[in-house]
Design a protein around this ligand. Structure first.
Ligand code: SIN
Ligand code: MN
Length: 237
């Protein structure tokens, strides 16, 4: 919801750009509705179980590739074994538009080809500890879109989980891009402010964050077709 004072865009660190209220309320509602559909399956929204037995407080659903700690796979073997929903072309277009907006330069945007999205749902109590997004085999930027309640997004350094870091409030519709020297910076969400989103955002309660990424793992279907043609050579089909 737009506040009394406009929040300025900010370069938080080299390659890390915050663009407040980038998504219009209509786009926020459309994205929130799409997320509600994806949350139903084929791999449903769920709390990810960590290798040590802990459970993440956010609930997650993935597109394109399934993320589990700490790798990507085609099928969600830690949930129900299904393939995740496809990463839609319109979301890749939105990712390219976001890069163009953040960096004001066509060249990184032209070649950006995100093939996975991690969609996290935060209720009032959910948090995310400081971590790096480093399961990708690509140095392409991460595009982060937020809908619903405002949170504190802690953006740190590339060396460790501690200081120096900058706390940024991410509100509904905000875009945050981290690439270049900031691509592997530690980041986390220490706090969500419950009931801070207006109804125009399409969220009754809670916060959604989508991060779009390039996995660098190739095209799932091309790989699958290749494997299949190795297993079933043309002559035997
Ligand atoms: C993430 O680090 O993947 C999510 C960040 C956020 O919720 O803003
Ligand atoms: Mn992350």
């Amino acid at each position: 919801m737009s506040g009394l004072f406009p929040r300025p865009r900010a370069v938080v660190a080299p390659g890390a750009v915050h663009v407040p209220e980038w998504l219009s309320p209509e786009r926020q509602r459309e994205l929130a509705a799409a997320c509600r559909e994806w949350a139903r399956g084929p791999v449903p929204l769920r709390h990810t179980v960590l290798p040590g037995g802990g459970v993440m407080s956010v609930q997650t659903v993935c597109l394109g590739w399934h993320w589990q700690p700490y790798r990507y796979s085609l099928t969600a073997d830690d949930v129900n074994g299904a393939r995740v929903a496809e990463f839609p072309g319109w979301l890749a277009d939105l990712g390219r538009e976001a890069l163009m907006e953040a960096y004001g330069d066509e060249s990184p945007a032209r070649t950006y080809a995100p093939d996975t999205a991690l969609i996290n749902f935060y209720d009032g109590a959910a948090r995310m500890g400081m971590h790096q997004d480093k399961e990708e085999r690509s140095g392409a930027p991460v595009v982060s879109l937020s809908i619903g309640d405002t949170c504190v997004f802690r953006f740190g350094n590339t060396e460790n989980r501690g200081k120096p870091y900058t706390d940024v409030e991410l509100a509904s519709g905000d875009l945050f891009v981290f690439g270049g020297p900031s691509r592997f910076a530690f980041h986390g969400v220490p706090k969500v402010y419950p009931r801070t989103a207006g109804p125009a955002t399409g969220m009754g309660r809670g916060r959604i964050n989508l991060t779009l990424r390039e996995t660098g793992l190739g095209t799932p279907d091309a790989d699958w077709r290749q494997r299949r043609s190795r297993e079933f050579p043309k002559s035997s089909r």
